[in-house]
Design a protein around this ligand. Structure first.
Ligand SMILES: [Zn+2]
Length: 276
């Protein structure tokens, strides 16, 4: 607490004394009721040596520069981390789907749902078989959660369970394909490295058929050169994650699509996917 110091050239006031002094000065400068009083008072309070003001400006500039630098460093790192964690979740989803397919196959002569007729619990030639969700619905007893059918980078709505509730049930028309981020390449799984389930965002493939809730396309695979399909930019920025027939999950580039969509004796590689 400052105390009054009589007889000294630089007199210091207690804070309350200072306020009284300022109030008196304000009253002297302007009549009461004048709105510009506040401006005058502020002028009195803000009176500071020019050097102090200059220092404050310099400090502000430095703070802004440091802040901008931090933003420039941290934001891309955060975006990179988000993309990386999304990729990890997606790869993990596909691994679990692969495990579910293997478990399902153990009860069905090592076949997949699209290779087994409906009377035996599969989806082969089922009237709705072009809907990709149907294949996953058949696998549902082997899947830990309906959420793993949804890639974190996708639009749409993940389902909570495999019920038919309009609020979160995978079998409800509100979910189904909207809750499905993965395509199904329903070739016989005889080639171990061939893609069976993958991110759905393949573009440029030749349309084969189309129904209300889904679409089936095929990658045309010329004997040399590039496949006619490529990954769209929407999900993982120009690449996709793919589960191979042997259970392995890899990130696949456009060029590598040729290798994962190989099928002996055919230049077409059909798959069901969801367009949105
Ligand atoms: Zn994904």
């Amino acid at each position: 607490m400052h105390t009054r110091t009589h007889g000294h050239p630089s007199i210091r006031y207690r804070h309350s004394d200072f306020q009284i002094l300022v109030a008196a000065e304000v009253t002297r400068l302007k009549p009461p009721g004048d709105q510009s009083l506040l401006t005058s008072a502020a002028t009195v309070f803000d009176a500071a040596p020019p050097s102090a003001a200059a220092f404050t400006r310099a400090e502000l500039l430095i703070s802004l520069a440091v802040f901008s630098l931090l933003v420039a460093i941290v934001l891309p790192a955060l975006a990179h981390d988000r993309a990386r964690s999304a990729r990890i979740i997606c790869v993990n989803n596909l691994r679990q789907i692969g495990a579910a397919m293997q478990a399902w196959g153990n009860d069905h002569q090592d076949l997949q749902p699209w290779e087994v007729p409906p009377v035996e619990g599969g989806t082969k030639a089922h009237p709705l078989a072009v809907n990709v969700w149907l294949h996953f619905a058949v696998l549902s007893n082997e899947l830990a959660s309906a959420r793993i059918l949804f890639c974190p980078t996708d639009t749409g709505t993940p389902a909570f369970d495999f019920g038919s509730s309009p609020e979160g049930g995978y079998l409800s028309p509100n979910y189904r394909n909207a809750a499905t981020s993965y395509l199904v390449a329903h070739r016989d799984s005889t080639e171990p490295m061939v893609m069976t389930v993958a991110d759905r965002n393949l573009l440029g493939a030749a349309p084969r058929s189309c129904v209300v809730f889904g679409m089936a396309l095929s990658i045309r695979v010329p004997s040399s050169g590039q496949p006619t399909a490529r990954w769209g930019g929407g999900l993982h920025n120009g690449v996709g994650n793919a589960l191979r027939a042997n259970g392995q999950v890899d990130q696949i580039t456009d060029r590598e699509l040729l290798d994962v969509s190989y099928y002996p004796g055919s230049d077409n590689f059909p798959f069901d996917f969801v367009a949105r």
